[in-house]
Design a protein around this ligand. Structure first.
Ligand code: FMN
Length: 351
């Protein structure tokens, strides 16, 4: 636990990350807004950003959706310091093409790029494209082969691979990373095959926001699985509501629940389109929350001091990166950087 905790923000690929009815947080997934958001995040000192991947917006086809990979390349060119992580669903891209694109963004960003392998839960996106939506564990078998190929290519290796899904014959990509061994590999997913995949092939496992005892149990489980090489690292998603006092934060939370009620139909529609076997939705049902990917279930709601203290507890459990959501996004990412990060750094330094 020596290195400093890293703070990241989710890019606004859906247009926002909580209520689509918030009067001060328009649903705006445009490149222009995402560009401004991430430039502001970099200026505020955030270390990382995650661009989720969907081709069509899972909250409803009437909504815009930012394209992850072209936006990641553009952000890589515009920024100087912040890490850029792009999610990838293996069925959408052949592994040699994806590895090639990732290495190009690695070069554009001068060694700041990472991929987040996610094995899909939103059925219509793949079904209506004619790609088909394979059964849950079959998707993981496909994703595991896919990531083996991609990891080798990202490292500049000459890859030959014969699996059930991919036959690669003596393939090598140039240039490989000129900055490090290869771009970073993250994996997001909670099921048993997701955990095995993370332990086997990821550098960092992304965990959905949930209470600390659950996060501890997840880390214990994954850390006990077979793995070669450097220890696995852990990142946690969370939605933050931080105010001067706990009472003020609770008031904002109550308002977010009122807004969530207005968006209930869109959320129910999203769940109806999700793979019922996707384990993360079972976790979500256990812990009602604001935001996506567990959101406020991580408990980062309270006074600035209380939130900083809870973050330190997650750090002690082994979390190395926090990937955060807010609403309204830009003003809250600023508030968090000004009020919570300095408090957290003081606690980290003292303890
Ligand atoms: C931090 C994080 C980010 C994720 N990003 C995406 C994404 O961009 N697109 C997507 O379809 N799923 C995303 N997922 C969902 C995982 O792919 C999800 O867990 C999976 O679809 C269901 O698999 P499971 O049964 O292993 O949980 C993300 C999950 C986590 C934890």
């Amino acid at each position: 636990m020596s290195a400093q905790l890293r703070f990241g923000v989710w890019a606004l690929v859906y247009g926002n990350w909580a209520s689509f009815h918030h009067p001060e947080d328009p649903v705006d997934a445009s490149w222009e807004r995402n560009r401004r958001q991430i430039l502001q995040a970099e200026e505020l000192g955030y270390d990382s950003t995650l661009l989720a991947q969907h081709v069509i917006n899972p909250f409803g086809e009437q909504y815009d959706q930012l394209d992850t990979w072209t936006a990641a390349a553009a952000l890589a060119a515009l920024t100087e310091r912040i890490e850029i992580i792009a999610a990838i669903k293996p069925y959408l891209y052949h592994p040699v093409v994806l590895a090639k694109q990732a290495l190009q963004i690695e070069e554009i960003s001068r060694g700041r790029f990472g991929i987040n392998l996610v094995n899909a839960w939103f059925k219509p996106e793949l079904e209506r494209a004619g790609i088909g939506f394979a059964e849950h564990d079959e998707r993981y078998a496909y994703g595991t082969e896919w990531l083996r190929v991609v990891r080798g290519l990202l490292a500049g290796e000459r890859v030959s691979f014969r699996g059930e899904h991919f036959h690669i014959d003596d393939y090598q990509l140039k240039p490989a990373s000129g900055h490090r061994h290869r771009p970073a590999v993250y994996v997001g997913g909670e099921s048993d095959p997701a955990r095995a995949l993370a332990a086997d092939l990821a550098d960092t496992w992304f965990i959905n926001g949930q209470p600390q005892q659950d996060v501890r149990a997840l880390i214990d489980d994954v850390a006990s699985r077979p793995r070669e090489g450097d220890p696995l690292r852990y990142a946690l998603s969370a939605f933050v509501i931080a105010r001067e006092t706990g009472a003020e934060a609770q008031e904002v939370l109550a308002y977010q629940w009122e807004l969530a009620e207005q968006g209930k139909r869109a959320w129910d529609g999203l769940v109806a389109n999700a793979d019922p076997k996707a384990v993360m939705f079972h976790t979500f049902a256990k812990h009602p929350h604001i935001g996506t990917n567990g959101g406020t279930a991580a408990g980062l709601v309270g006074s600035y001091d209380a939130v900083a203290e809870r973050i330190l507890q997650f750090r002690r459990l082994g979390i190395g990166t926090l990937m955060l959501q807010f609403q309204p996004f830009e003003s809250e990412q600023r508030r968090f950087a000004h009020e919570v990060i300095p408090r957290y750094r003081r606690l980290e330094g003292a303890g």
